[in-house]
Design a protein around this ligand. Structure first.
Ligand SMILES: [Zn+2]
Length: 51
């Protein structure tokens, strides 16, 4: 899932991913990474269901 222009640092496009630590959002432009605390809980639950 791509979150357009959502980066707090550079306003770039970000993509939601997940790893062993849980879901996170990675900026494709500057590499800024944010863990689930800033992820929409609804989207997180949906991702876990499909994962
Ligand atoms: Zn960025």
């Amino acid at each position: 899932m791509i979150l357009f222009k959502s980066c707090p640092r550079c306003s770039g496009d970000r993509v939601s991913e997940s790893d062993a630590y849980g879901p996170y959002i990675l900026c494709l432009v500057c590499g800024h990474m944010a863990y689930s605390e800033s992820v929409n809980p609804v989207e997180t639950a949906r991702a876990r269901k499909t994962g």
